[in-house]
Design a protein around this ligand. Structure first.
Ligand SMILES: N[C@@H](CCC(=O)N[C@@H](CS)C(=O)NCC(=O)O)C(=O)O
Length: 203
C-alpha cells in the first residue's frame, strides 16, 4: 500500500500514527506528495490534491484521515480503534467531531499565518484565533473526560495531532493558558508513534 502524506500535515499524521500503532509500517510505503503546487504529478494519483491518500493493495484509493484510519484498523480483523455500539459510540463520535472541528479551524489559521503578512486576512486570523481559543478552553475544561484517557483511541490521536499542529502556528501560544491540556499533550507526545511523526517546523 502507498500512503501519500506531507510531513507537516496533521491529518496525514493521524494516519501515520495509526500505521505505527497497528504495526503496519512494513506494509505501508509512506510517500511525500507535492501538494499546493500547480500541475503537481500527485494530481494524477489523487485529483483532489489532498493528503492523506491511501492506495490499497487492490488499487482502491481512499482519501480522508478518518476513512483511511478505519480501513487500516480493520485490516487485521482486530480493530483497536473501532467505536463501541450505542450511546458510548455516539459520545466518541461527538467528541471526535468537535476535536476535528478544532483542527479544521487551526488548519485555516495556520495557512493564513504562513502567508506573507501583506497577504494575510486580519478578519480570518481574528475569526480563527477566537474559534481556536474557545475550543481549546473547552478542552482545558474537559480533558478529564474518560475518552481522553485509558487505551489509545481516535479521539486521543486527533487531539494529539491538533495540539501538535497548534504548536507550529506563529504567535499562537496556547500552552501557558491551558496547563491541564499541556500536561495531557506532553504525555501523549512521548508515545513512540507521536515521536516518530513529529512535524518539521514550517519554513
Ligand atoms: N478532512 C481531510 C482534510 C485533509 C486536508 O485538508 N489535507 C491538507 C493538508 S493538512 C491538504 O492536503 N492540503 C492540500 C491542498 O489543499 O491542496 C482529512 O481528514 O484527511
Amino acid at each position: 500500500m502507498q500512503l501519500y502524506i506531507s510531513p507537516g500535515s496533521p491529518y496525514a499524521r493521524i494516519v501515520r500514527i495509526v500505521v505505527i500503532e497497528k504495526k503496519l509500517s512494513e506494509k505501508v510505503e509512506v510517500i511525500a506528495a507535492k501538494t499546493r503546487t500547480t500541475d503537481s504529478p500527485y494530481y494524477q494519483i489523487n485529483p483532489s490534491g489532498r493528503v492523506p491518500h491511501l492506495v490499497c493493495a487492490d488499487g482502491l484509493a481512499l482519501e480522508d484521515s478518518g476513512l483511511i484510519s478505519s480501513y487500516l484498523d480493520h485490516l487485521d480483523g482486530h480493530p483497536s480503534f473501532a467505536l463501541p455500539a450505542g450511546a458510548p459510540g455516539l459520545e466518541a463520535r461527538r467528541v471526535e467531531a468537535l476535536v476535528r472541528s478544532t483542527l479544521d479551524g487551526l488548519a485555516v489559521l495556520g495557512r493564513e499565518k504562513w502567508r506573507p503578512i501583506n497577504e494575510q486576512s486580519p478578519k480570518i486570523v481574528l475569526h480563527e484565533t477566537d474559534r481556536a481559543k474557545r475550543l481549546l478552553n473547552l478542552w482545558e475544561q474537559q480533558i478529564s473526560h474518560p475518552l481522553f484517557h485509558g487505551q489509545l483511541n481516535m479521539v486521543q490521536i486527533v487531539l494529539g495531532c491538533t495540539l501538535g499542529f497548534a504548536d507550529l502556528i506563529p504567535d499562537f501560544s496556547w500552552r501557558p493558558n491551558h496547563p491541564k491540556l499541556n500536561v495531557w499533550f506532553e504525555s501523549i507526545s512521548a508515545r513512540p508513534s507521536f515521536l516518530a511523526t513529529r512535524p518539521p517546523m514550517p519554513k
